[in-house]
Write a protein of this length. Structure first.
Length: 234
């Protein structure tokens, strides 16, 4: 059917822009309702493009899921690298708490049904997701090692923390307690830190991850002077 005279034509997008639009919509939907619930035909219709245009960019839903995980990984790494307060001086535990905040927000952006679909239906994307998770957890562990108590086995302490994080990050954990996942994570880590970190790290943990204030060294007390003897005293 010929175009209506005077009708405005949509600007032609280059392939990269088309790809980005597809991925934007797919990721937003899939993270909320799961991958299975997103239909490729409906996706193309909402984007006002043909199915062939969509499939020219992503040959399958598997490739879309993999691209979505890759984007999630890039966003997570960028959030970790961002410094919310460049003037703040933070030690290892403070940096770890920043890592924890970004990690918990990234995890919270993925619904349980998205993760279920990823694990059961899209093995390549699930493997990539697990690799990213392992890399980011190693980053968190590297931040903690310098502030662990020297009398503790570092691997045992970090594995205990991993078990705590895995349990607390389950969606039903925070729901049962009627608290946010962020608050549940911070509280759990502060409890762990009270026994696992050295004294200065422990102060930072209980102070919300801020560096312990430096105190001026105390001056030694002056020795008391003996009273002067008066003339005539025996």
């Amino acid at each position: 059917m010929p175009p209506t005279p005077g009708a405005k034509r949509r600007p032609r997008l280059d392939p990269e822009q088309v790809r980005r639009q597809i991925l934007d919509l797919f990721c937003a939907r899939a993270k909320q309702v799961g991958i299975r619930a997103v239909m490729m035909g409906e996706l193309a219709a909402e984007l006002r493009m043909s199915a062939s245009t969509l499939y020219a960019q992503f040959a399958s839903k598997e490739s879309l899921a993999l691209a979505c995980v890759d984007r999630w990984a890039v966003e997570l790494a960028a959030a970790e690298a961002a410094e919310p307060d460049p003037e703040a001086r933070r030690g290892g535990f403070g940096q770890f708490m920043h890592w924890l905040d970004t990690w918990s927000r990234a995890q919270a952006s993925l619904s349980p049904v998205f993760l279920r679909d990823l694990k059961t239906d899209y093995p390549a994307a699930w493997q990539r997701f697990r690799e990213v998770g392992f890399q980011r957890r190693e980053r968190g562990a590297a931040l903690l090692r310098p502030v662990l108590r020297r009398d503790l086995d570092a691997e045992i302490a970090l594995n205990v923390l991993a078990v705590i994080l895995r349990e607390v990050m389950r969606p039903d954990f925070a729901d049962r307690l009627r608290v946010s996942r962020h608050d549940a994570l911070r509280t759990a880590v502060a409890i762990w830190a009270s026994g696992a970190l050295d004294r200065r790290g422990k102060v930072r943990a209980l102070d919300g991850g801020r560096p312990a204030p430096e105190t001026a060294p105390k001056r030694p007390a002056k020795a008391a002077r003996a009273p002067r003897s008066r003339r005539g005293d025996a």
